[in-house]
Design a protein around this ligand. Structure first.
Ligand code: ADP
Ligand code: MG
Length: 384
């Protein structure tokens, strides 16, 4: 395999996509006063595109002449980077397009990827403008590293790419309903959490997964060989069982671990016995929010989806303890019997009732069956 880390050229030219509505609406002001002077000093020239509506960045990146830019920078929350990645993956030249270094300058109310990147680099938790300064400094240094992506498929036929998280139940509902408190910045999540705690809901469905550690050595070998086959030749690896993305394209990113929803999951998968959940969160980086360390062991490219689920019966008091422990990432040491954690390669969630919201990287999806698998080192991100 080639070099894992890379450097932006010097001087370099980047495209900045900025969402003026992100967070409490300060993104453009913060860019002018905090970011721009640092970029000038670091010899980074930029063109700015201010997004005008939802999915604007997605459409723009799908058509953009990428050879003009050394990196694509988003200044917003996690949602804008999600649009950029999905726009890149929809291009006919997706395989090279998705290798373009990406950078996030946090200005949103949900800045989980920025908080994760900062945590990996410094082990210190920073908030707001300090986090923005840290990420701007990463861009000035120009070091980029691989980042895993997760390919998600819904029963209605959507195919989406995610760099951060997929969730259902409590965590998604807080994310979505707290949108109306957007002016509060990240405090919106605290308020949303308190609201949802008073009416703790139960979500019924089936969760199954392919664990990172296969349960017996035979299936473990099988998994190993299929993964290395996939790595050696990602385009031609198609066993007829796996689901293909866009049949009209010459090349597609195969999901070799997934089978169609009509089929039950493969034999080496594990079905969770519980069928009533408070929340399911599949996360691939350490942070769920600016100061929520849900997956302390997660790394930029550890080839794993970290699945956390809370089963029904958990008390409000236990929930509050759990949510408070998230700030330090010590929730797993609480030994709460309702909290489960397993690192996986792939998962499937089949709701029995179409209740609540689902979220991908903080963006809302209607509730329906969803499955996904990890794709190791699929894109590149400016990191510390
Ligand atoms: P935040 O963390 O504040 O939610 P995000 O980056 O997640 O910030 O962006 C939130 C949403 O705003 C995304 O769905 C994005 O598509 C949308 N968006 C981008 N530009 C605009 C705009 N000019 N007006 C309204 N919404 C926008
Ligand atoms: Mg968001």
């Amino acid at each position: 395999e080639g070099a894992i880390y890379g450097h932006l050229p010097q001087p370099c030219q980047v495209l900045v996509l900025l969402n003026p509505q992100s967070g409490s609406g300060q993104a453009l002001h913060l860019f002018r006063t905090q970011v721009q002077p640092m970029l000038t000093e670091a010899n980074i020239a930029f063109s700015m595109c201010i997004t005008e509506k939802h999915n604007h960045a997605w459409e723009l990146v799908r058509e953009e002449n990428l050879s003009r830019w050394d990196a694509l920078v988003t200044m917003s929350g996690d949602g804008l980077l999600y649009e950029v990645i999905n726009g890149l993956m929809e291009r006919p030249d997706w395989e090279t397009a998705i290798q373009k270094p990406l950078c996030i300058l946090p200005a949103g109310s949900g800045n989980a990827i920025a908080a994760s990147l900062n945590y990996y680099a410094t082990k210190v938790c920073l908030l707001k403008e300090e986090l923005l300064m840290s990420c701007t400094y990463f861009l000035c240094k120009g070091l980029h590293a691989p980042l895993d992506l997760v390919s998600l498929r819904t029963a209605s036929g959507k195919r989406l790419f995610s760099f951060l998280s997929f969730s259902w139940g409590f965590v998604s509902d807080v994310d979505i309903t707290s949108e109306r408190y957007r002016k509060l910045g990240s405090a919106r999540f605290t308020l949303g959490t308190l609201q949802h705690l008073t009416t703790l809901q139960v979500y019924k469905g089936h969760l199954s997964y392919l664990p990172v550690e296969a349960p017996n050595s035979i299936s473990s070998q099988g998994e190993q060989s299929s993964l290395s086959a996939q790595r050696a030749n990602p385009v031609s690896f198609c066993n007829g069982q796996s689901v293909s993305a866009r049949p009209q394209q010459g090349s597609v990113l195969e999901d070799s671990l997934l089978v169609p929803f009509e089929q039950s999951v493969p034999k080496d998968w594990i079905a969770v016995p519980e069928e009533e959940f408070v929340s399911i969160v599949c996360i691939y980086q350490s942070h769920l929010g600016t100061d929520l360390i849900l997956a302390p062991p997660a790394k930029l490219y550890d080839d794993a989806i970290h699945v956390f689920y809370l089963t029904a019966g958990v008390s409000r008091m236990a929930m509050i303890k759990f949510l408070m422990a998230l700030e330090k990432g010590t929730h797993l040491t609480l030994n709460c019997p309702y909290l489960h954690y397993v690192p996986v390669k792939a998962f499937r969630i089949e709701p029995s009732m179409l209740k609540g919201h689902m979220t991908v990287d903080g963006e809302v999806l209607p509730c329906e069956p969803v499955q996904g698998q990890i794709h190791r080192r699929r894109c590149r991100i400016i990191s510390g």
